[in-house]
Design a binder for this molecule. Structure first.
Ligand code: A2P
Length: 271
């Protein structure tokens, strides 16, 4: 899997193998410039969310880029706090208005629980909300639908009751944070795993063990960490606001040898 490659979702839609993450990039110039730099560097997959507050700037940068809309894959998310059917419809429409595009490519439930009630059981509500996702998909507002931060039991609750199966689970995934059980469960159910925070929001960048390996490949720690996610079969979503980092993070067409992958796997919990 290389940066120019695609993953194929269960419904046949192709999704570029590296996405540009925009979490924590403030709306306005910062988000606009970062997305513009990402598109210039060759990214064709941009990940945002209503909760990031930057959907409008992301949409503006995409519209102004001059790149054919069909070439860009755009993801957004229903806020984690919205667990009511009617409200979910309203928020989905709000995202469409913010982004200002005729359709998006992927729409996700941001989390199985509101952030201030993390880990609580919202199974019943998620089953209700999933119907909104299905309707959003069926009317063509999004070319695919999925979930984010869902664990195995959260996924199963949807799989047991849905008409249209989730095509993606976006989870936190990086060296030292394996999420093995969820990734295996997704693989069994034809759900593509996207990994957010592939650099552990920057925490991997000063790790001497990872630095040692990266140096042998002539790559930065960021590049090695992003490549690791790809070689584990997941789709990385690196975030940066610096054009040189943005460019570097998509330039990962090299191969980490099996022995090094095993070593990096072993860093589990050691970071
Ligand atoms: P910045 O946004 O200031 O450019 P993650 O993708 O895991 O969320 O990590 C994002 C963090 O890592 C941000 O602080 C970002 O900095 C930093 N970062 C992203 N890419 C690189 C890179 N290639 N080299 C160094 N730092 C990077």
């Amino acid at each position: 899997m290389n940066s120019k490659d695609f993953f194929t979702l269960a419904n046949g839609v192709k999704i570029p193998a590296i996405g540009f993450g925009t979490w924590q990039i403030p709306s306005g110039n910062e988000a606009y410039n970062a997305v513009t730099a990402a598109l210039k560097s060759g990214y064709r997959h941009i990940d945002t969310a209503l909760a990031y507050g930057n959907e409008a700037s992301v949409g503006q940068a995409i519209r102004d880029s001059g790149i054919d809309r069909k070439e860009i894959f755009v993801t957004s998310k229903l806020p984690a706090e919205v667990k009511n059917y009617a409200l979910a419809h309203r928020y989905a429409e709000k995202t469409m208005k913010n982004i200002g595009l005729d359709y998006i490519d992927l729409y996700l439930i941001h989390a199985p629980w509101p952030w201030n009630d993390m880990g609580a059981d919202y199974t019943k509500q998620n089953i209700e909300i999933w119907k909104v996702m299905e309707e959003f998909y069926e009317k063509g507002s999004s070319r695919s639908i999925g979930i984010s931060n869902f664990n195995v039991s959260d996924i199963d609750a949807i799989l047991e009751t849905c008409r249209i199966r989730p095509m993606v689970d976006q989870i936190k995934f990086h060296i030292g944070h394996q999420q093995q059980e969820i990734r295996e469960h997704c693989a069994m159910n034809e759900i593509v795993v996207e990994g957010y925070s592939p650099l552990a929001t920057g925490n991997l960048l000063h790790n001497p063990a990872i630095a040692g390996i990266a140096k042998r490949y002539g790559k930065s720690i960021a590049q090695l960490s992003i490549r690791y996610v790809l070689q584990k079969g997941a789709l990385p979503l690196p975030k940066s606001t610096h054009p040189e980092f943005i460019g570097q993070n998509i330039d990962v067409d090299f191969e980490i040898e099996e022995e090094d992958m095993k070593f990096l796997d072993g860093l589990k919990g050691a970071l």
